[in-house]
Design a protein around this ligand. Structure first.
Ligand code: AMP
Ligand code: GLY
Length: 424
């Protein structure tokens, strides 16, 4: 079978690598892909939101399964268009994808399903939002309603910071349409974790938990990013807690969507805060996380394509997932300027001809190739993942890998998985 993966990041590279290892798969294609993905898959230069182009491509190559990596094509209805053309797809349709595409819709579904989340109010008018802020307890969390590539959330410590954020969203339109409505949320305190689960519309099968690092600098300082590193599993998130989260978050949400006639198929990713009152939802994503995928998939022994096909076929009930015992640590190497901007065209030294390195998995995120050299082509450039019997060992391996790679202005955090490694 031919598999077509949509997207161009480290997440898609990890999915492509798992797909090439599947006994069900003869050929892996990717659109648009990147320089690293091109070593394992046939890449097609199409935008991930070119719905007509992608449906035509899937038909032309006879794809037996299309896997949609990023949120933008899911929210744009790529899964619906593929299904209408009779092509199997892993990922929810546009309506289900609104769980990620509209934070207001996600809140509405959670309210209806009785799922614990931060208290919130919605605003489209600056004056009303500013008046609400006057009466709020700080810090407050201000969120653009729509998709903003992980950058639409501002945690404001005082009135002026909040006012500035509201002005950027509602007056200046800094997040475009995504920010024309904002949510003002109560700020939750606790430890964050991500619990991803495969769904076939009915059955929900959790993946191992992962811990993402959102801020750009060590010690969780600086602005939010798409994610600067990750580890899996998460010692504080026991299997019993995962089950509790599936029963109190994923299951009621999928059931509520079902009541609304939405068959949710694909990955349901809950970003959670573990508070004193139990887990509360920060956000939903309707796809694999990035960099969570780069830390979760190296530990998956089962055939990912078989599992994704089972989701697409509504046949997940009999499936189990087998995991390796080892820990996985993933360090993101980002380009100069990230997350505010991204330096492009800097030569990447240290990678082998295939864009990898022995002893670690190097997943390409923002890379391109010119004259046989790998160069930077985006904010997050590479994800370096390593397995180890302990977090200490995995961490050492991953950072050894990182130390052998260099490019101008590279940024990476030095504290990824330091906490579980110290706790061992
Ligand atoms: P989101 O895109 O909604 O996941 O938000 C990005 C990040 O902002 C989260 O990973 C949290 O670190 C933080 N965040 C979002 N909502 C809240 C909240 N209600 N309380 C505290 N932190 C939050
Ligand atoms: N790592 C967070 C995300 O994928 O949105």
């Amino acid at each position: 079978m031919r598999v077509l993966v949509i997207g161009a990041g480290g997440r898609e590279h990890a999915i492509v690598k798992k797909a090439t290892a599947s006994s069900l798969v003869s050929e892996v294609h990717c659109a648009p892909g990147n320089a690293g993905i091109a070593r394992q898959a046939v890449c097609h230069p199409l935008s991930d939101t070119d719905i007509d182009g992608l449906v035509a491509l899937a038909g032309r190559i006879g794809a037996g399964l299309v896997v949609i990596g990023p949120e933008a094509p899911l929210c744009a209805g790529l899964a619906d268009a593929l299904l209408a053309a009779g092509i199997k797809v892993f990922g929810p349709g546009r309506e289900g994808a609104m769980l990620e595409g509209s934070k207001a819709f996600a809140k509405e579904v959670m309210d209806a399903a009785g799922v614990a989340t931060a208290g919130y109010s919605r605003f489209t008018e600056y004056a009303a939002a500013a008046a609400h802020i006057e009466e709020s307890i700080f810090p407050v969390v201000i969120k653009a309603n729509g998709l903003a590539a992980g950058k639409g959330v501002i945690i404001a410590r005082e009135n002026r910071e909040a006012g500035d954020a509201l002005e950027r969203c509602l007056v200046e339109g800094a997040f475009g349409e995504a920010g024309l409505e904002v949510l003002i949320e109560e700020c939750l305190v606790g430890h964050e974790c991500s619990v991803l689960a495969l769904c076939d519309g009915g059955t929900i099968l959790p993946l191992e938990p992962a811990q993402d690092y959102k801020r750009i600098f060590d010690g969780d300082h600086g602005p939010n990013t798409g994610g600067m590193g990750c580890y899996s599993p998460v010692p504080r998130v026991s299997p019993a807690l995962v089950d509790e989260i599936i029963e109190t978050v994923h299951r009621p949400v999928v059931a509520e969507l079902g009541r609304r006639g939405i068959d949710f198929q694909g990955v349901l990713y809950a970003g959670l805060m573990l508070t004193d009152q139990g887990p509360k939802v920060l956000e939903f994503n309707v796809r694999f996380g990035d960099p969570e995928t780069e830390a979760i998939l190296p530990r998956m022994e089962s055939d990912l394509v078989e599992l994704m096909l089972a989701c697409a076929d509504g046949d997940l009930a009999g499936s189990r997932i087998k995991w390796r015992e080892e820990r996985c640590v993933t360090v993101i190497m980002a380009s100069a300027g990230y997350p505010l901007s991204a330096s492009k065209g800097d030569e990447i030294a240290g990678l082998d001809l295939d864009g990898g390195l022995p002893g670690v998995e190097v997943y390409h995120a923002g890379t391109a190739e010119t004259d046989g050299k790998f160069i930077t082509a985006g904010g997050r450039v590479l994800a370096v993942s390593a397995l180890g019997r302990s977090f200490q060992e995995a961490r050492k391996q991953a950072y050894d890998g990182v130390s052998r790679i260099s490019f101008a202005g590279m940024q990476f955090r030095r504290d990824i998985a330091a906490e579980p490694a110290e706790a061992e």
